[in-house]
Design a binder for this molecule. Structure first.
Ligand code: FMN
Length: 191
């Protein structure tokens, strides 16, 4: 019997902060996949080097080098994991910038599965998640609906250490369930 191909997840973080809790979620997702989800691997895709979106930087179908590399990683992925804080009730500018660069023709996000998790302040990130889903309609990203994970990052019990690493077992279990759901949905959606 032929082995099933590995599902590649490109993980994008909405925070550029060194000790970002959301990046901590991505690092945990990488560990969880390596340890306990067979057939799926997560790669962290850094968006901090992308220039601000500006079509003047495009030369026909060519993009600046950092954008080309980013778009290639998104194109090569089978599905996406977004981990993002909420900024002023919405999507942080670095993440929106990355979404916009990926959307330039040909749209590299199109027709793939995705999951969103958020560690944020008072809202747990519900509004960033809903705004991201709204943008995903035009980008043709297929988000899993359940389970949902909204982390109230600053409320006890402590979920992250001072470097942003996830240290809360219950949250890690939820994150694993999200990854399993993404795995199953991406598998059903096919290549
Ligand atoms: N938290 C919220 O829940 N809702 C907000 O609207 C919100 N706006 C913010 C705006 C800015 C510019 C910043 C810097 C933070 C805001 N926060 C808000 C708090 C962040 O979501 C919170 O600190 C989060 O943990 C940061 O994520 P990170 O640890 O991955 O950097």
């Amino acid at each position: 019997m032929e082995a099933k191909p590995v599902i590649k997840v490109a993980a994008v973080c909405g925070s550029l902060r060194k000790a970002s809790f959301n990046r901590g979620l991505i690092l945990s997702a990488i560990e969880i996949c390596n340890e306990s989800i067979r057939g799926m691997e997560v790669e962290f895709v850094d968006i901090s080097g992308l220039p601000f979106i500006n079509p003047d930087l495009e030369n026909g179908s060519e993009f600046p080098e950092a954008v080309e590399e980013f778009r290639r990683k998104i194109l090569e992925a089978d599905c996406f994991l977004f981990a993002s804080p909420e900024y002023n009730y919405s999507i942080p500018a670095p993440l929106k910038n990355a979404l916009d660069w990926g959307s330039r023709p040909p749209n590299v996000w199109a027709d793939k599965a995705a999951a969103i998790v958020s560690a944020a302040g008072g809202s747990g990130g519900s509004r960033v998640q809903f705004h991201l889903r709204q943008v995903g309609v035009f980008l043709n990203i297929h988000f899993i609906n359940k389970p949902e994970l909204y982390i109230f990052a600053h409320k006890p019990p402590k979920k992250f250490d001072s470097d942003g690493n996830l240290i809360h077992d219950e949250t890690r279990e939820y994150l694993k369930k999200i990854l399993e759901s993404l795995h199953s949905f991406a598998g059903r959606l096919g290549p």
